[in-house]
Design a protein around this ligand. Structure first.
Ligand code: PLP
Length: 324
């Protein structure tokens, strides 16, 4: 069968040998050959990429780039999809493709959001060559993005395979792959087994987590507090030139720190660390991401309150004032 796969640069899908091949961030790659049969396409990044404008993202916060696309049509998404098509044209057997992998918002890559219509076009291109489409919902799933339970829904696509973890167990080690009966049958071509697969305790935890998400309206909270969070961060941009970009949706948020807003030169990691440690001193744990390590990745527990958000904003403001 055809096994050649494709995905976008700046992706993180895991650190086991095969997944390292799917991970296109040098920070996460050891000096061993990985990624046989895997090809990378240009990352559709509306902030740092060659194309992107003021309407690309499905977010309450857009880049400061200008845009002359008409309503509902995003030229940037089309151009990045053309790049994917080019990779398939040159690097794959003629008219064939095994699969395409993507997160609906890149997490480790710095909360990078693709232009709105990119994934839809990418799925069409891949399927036209017989490939299947895989959504990695490890970070974006389970309501974190607020308006949808799954990130792919907000791109208007239906994947053939969805991978999920993290939020599924709320800290308990649990992960799952969901697919069609037809694709699942391929696992019957050989014996497949792992010791803890289908563990009843893990499954009970997963089931309880789903109940809590529903009963405590966690997804609605992600939407409400997340939107408030993003808008408050956006206000900080008026005060601090070092914030080059605020992006994301729901409680999956990125704040890209830069040396200068015009040139979007990344803030050196030593300076990012000062901000990061200052926030930690106040009990706020944020992640760091992106190829330059200059994006604050804000992915708090989905039960946080408006008061938690306001406290975080005050601490970040203090950090930017005193550390830089
Ligand atoms: C988006 C994404 N995919 C896949 C993985 C890999 O999961 P695991 O560490 O369980 O292999 C991660 C882990 O951080 C992730 O963030």
């Amino acid at each position: 069968g055809v096994y050649v796969k494709c995905f976008c640069r700046n992706a993180y899908h895991g650190a086991s040998p095969y997944l390292m091949g799917l991970t296109a961030l040098s920070t996460w790659r050891f000096n061993v050959p990985t990624g046989f049969g895997i090809h990378q396409s240009m990352n559709p990044d509306p902030y740092r990429g060659p194309w992107g404008g003021a309407n690309c993202r499905d977010s309450p916060s857009q880049t400061l780039r200008s845009c002359d696309c008409g309503a509902g049509e995003c030229q940037a998404g089309v151009k990045y999809a053309d790049q994917l098509e080019d990779v398939l044209r040159f690097s794959m057997p003629k008219d064939k493709c095994g699969a395409f992998f993507a997160e609906s918002i890149q997490g480790v890559g710095g909360t990078t959001q693709f232009p709105k219509n990119f994934l839809r076009k990418a799925f069409d291109i891949v399927r036209a060559k017989g490939g299947i489409c895989i959504s990695d919902e490890v970070q974006t799933g389970f309501g974190r993005l607020g308006d949808h339970f799954w990130g792919f829904e907000s791109h208007g696509v239906t994947p053939d395979i969805v991978t999920m973890a993290k939020g599924i167990g709320n800290g308990f080690p649990l992960a799952a792959v969901v697919t069609t009966p037809e694709i699942a049958l391929s696992m019957a071509k050989a014996l497949h087994f792992n010791t803890y697969g289908g563990n009843p305790l893990a499954c009970a935890v997963g089931s309880a987590v789903l109940d809590v998400i529903e009963e405590e309206k966690i997804q609605e909270n992600a939407e409400k507090t997340g939107t408030h969070f993003i808008l408050e961060l956006r206000k900080l941009m008026d005060e601090f030139e070092t914030i080059g970009d605020v992006r994301g949706k729901g409680l999956m948020i990125g704040v890209e720190l830069v040396k200068n807003r015009e040139g979007i030169e990344p803030l050196p990691v030593e300076d990012v660390n000062k901000v990061w440690e200052h926030m930690r001193d106040y009990g706020i744990l944020v992640g760091k991401g992106g190829i330059f390590g200059n994006v604050l990745r804000i992915k708090p527990p989905m039960c946080i309150t408006k008061a938690d958000v306001d406290f975080t904003i005050a601490v970040l403001k203090d950090a930017l004032k005193t550390c830089l």
